[in-house]
Design a protein around this ligand. Sequence first.
Ligand SMILES: Nc1ncnc2c1ncn2[C@@H]1O[C@H](COP(=O)(O)OP(=O)(O)OP(=O)(O)O)[C@@H](O)[C@H]1O
Ligand SMILES: [Mg+2]
Length: 308
Amino acid sequence: MSDDPLRSVDLRKTYFTKGTPPVEALAGVTMSVRSGERVALLGRNGAGKTTFLKIASTLLRPTSGQIEVFGHDVSTHPDRARPYIAVVPQEGKPFFHLGPREMIYTYLRARGLSRETSKARTEEAIERMNLTEFADRLCITLSGGQRQRTMVATVIATQAPLLFLDEPTIGMDPFARREVWASLRDLTTKGSTILLTTHYLDEAEALSHRLYIVERGRVLVSGTADDLKRSVGGTLKVSLPEGAPQAETFRSFGETVVDGPSLTIIVHPERLGELMELALARSLTATVGPVTLEEAFLRVVGRNIDED
Ligand SMILES: Nc1ncnc2c1ncn2[C@@H]1O[C@H](COP(=O)(O)OP(=O)(O)OP(=O)(O)O)[C@@H](O)[C@H]1O
Ligand SMILES: [Mg+2]
């Protein structure tokens, strides 16, 4: 297909479990991640994100379709694809009877890095992800967030060409999340490529160049966060706390949502002035803010659910 870090064409996966109906987890996913990109895979619980990442990282075989890592077919030649990738699995656990320092070092050595490089990268990762305080304590004694930081630090330290991170910042405090974001940005400036999943849409927005929304095993939308916002009618929202009774008046400006007495209108920036003048003429107070990715996501996915 190509030498992109990742490319899939009509990828399908059906799980068969004895005694229960088959589950079509992926129903034809075509996507690609270009070199140096950070791409987020978004979608509701059960949409198929983890299934996709498991197949991409050679842990699971697809039912049909093609998927390649740097031009190597993942299902026919997993051994060729593996050296390029490193994975933070969903709900992955560090080795409980190693400490973070030993865990990172051992993992890097197992991937074939030299003693010196492994040592240097281990110390760098410990420093960067603030693991110093507990770097030599057994992972079994660490808090949930500390364990997750250890897992992510281990995978980041590989500096692998292609990283898959399945909900990497789950359970992390806001400071730790930002350290992960900074580390992932650094990695891509050094040439790595990243595909991650997250339910934190502020994270997806802060981190990703592009995103794919998966819904029931299919790609529903792809593009930038701004593309997604534009697709729901604008990048700004105006809230009129007392505007509900006059909702009709504002309908021509864009999508409107009535919530109790308040009215919210999603609007393109070029029509903002006109809208504000109208609100003023009607003696309505108004506040303007950006449409968040979460709001756009709820609308796009919600619309799709409604259609079915
Ligand atoms: N081993 C399995 N056997 C049968 N069904 C499975 C198996 N693993 C996943 N599924 C089903 O496949 C679908 C996709 O699951 P997947 O784990 O890929 O979703 P996800 O998008 O990662 O969800 P989440 O956001 O909750 O992590 C779900 O309906 C799930 O119940
Ligand atoms: Mg998942």
